[in-house]
Write a protein that binds this ligand. Structure first.
Ligand SMILES: Nc1ncnc2c1ncn2[C@@H]1O[C@H](COP(=O)(O)OP(=O)(O)OP(=O)(O)O)[C@@H](O)[C@H]1O
Length: 248
């Protein structure tokens, strides 16, 4: 296992400010073909850092500063416009409430599909199935055969967290999703995260909860307007973030 698990090198992600759209015939005649809004901005730019095997990193920054964008890039959902985000090992991402599950499929089918995409054989999923469902809880067990889109947001997160943390991937990305779970489930998730860290997995956590960040992360990365402004001890990074955020 290489020491470096994530290598982010001069990373830039550029987005369109407005939704790109096809012009109507009338707009084309009146304004010409090239008047679609093309204004762009850099959601991330010049971001550099590496994360080592077994590190637990907390990502902080105010709303809209690029935290989710960074996680999506590490997960391979977004392709860099500049630089690169390289990972050395598989990634298990929980970066949206729906866990990337398909709404039309049942929870049962989603478990097999997601675990299969992460390299687990049908037999391996059969073996872990009860553990996944037990962790997700009785409401999820009762709804195993209903379409996933009928799950409440809390049930979706329960299933997503249970599946993602049961995979064998060495890197785990969690983006602010635990806020949706109830208190009992959150405590269960915290214990699961502690056990994953004890197994030397690499964790990237986005959270607006300082308690959670302090509990799990020894290192903090602070993004401001798409730029990395601090990278170091979690407590120190939170101090800097809080000092900056005063009056924001
Ligand atoms: N697909 C997209 N197209 C255009 N702009 C986007 C897209 N996704 C995100 N953005 C914008 O990029 C910026 C960074 O968004 P991002 O979701 O990464 O922020 P964040 O730090 O995770 O915020 P929060 O704490 O509110 O979750 C924001 O201005 C957001 O509106």
């Amino acid at each position: 296992m290489p020491d470096v698990m994530i290598e982010v090198d001069n990373l830039g992600i550029e987005f369109y400010r407005s939704r790109r759209r096809n012009l109507s015939l009338r707009e084309m005649v009146l304004k010409g073909r090239n008047t679609a809004p093309t204004s762009t901005f850099w959601a991330l730019r010049g971001v550099n850092f590496t994360v080592g095997h077994g590190e637990a990193v907390g990502l902080v920054g105010s709303n809209g500063t690029g935290k989710s964008t960074l996680l999506k890039t590490i997960a391979g959902v977004l392709i860099p416009d500049e630089g690169r985000a390289k990972i050395y090992g598989g990634v298990a991402p929980l970066i949206e409430l729906t866990g990337g599950f398909l709404g039309e499929l049942s929870a049962r089918e989603n478990i097999y599909l997601t675990a299969g995409l992460h390299g687990l054989s049908r037999e391996a999923v059969d073996e872990r199935f009860d553990e996944i469902v037990d962790f997700a809880g009785s409401q999820v067990r009762d709804g195993l055969d209903m379409p996933f889109r009928h799950f409440s947001s809390g049930m979706q997160v329960r299933l997503g967290f249970a599946v993602i943390t049961t995979l064998d991937e060495p890197i785990i990305l969690v983006d602010e999703v635990l806020a949706v779970g109830d208190a009992a489930f959150k405590e269960k998730c915290y214990k699961r995260m502690e056990s994953l860290l004890a197994q030397n997995k690499t964790l990237f956590l986005v959270s607006h909860s300082e308690n959670d960040l302090r509990r799990f992360c020894t290192r903090g990365i602070y993004l401001r307007k798409g730029e990395l402004v601090a990278d170091g001890d979690m407590d120190q990074v939170l101090k800097q973030y809080n000092a900056d955020a005063t009056g924001d």
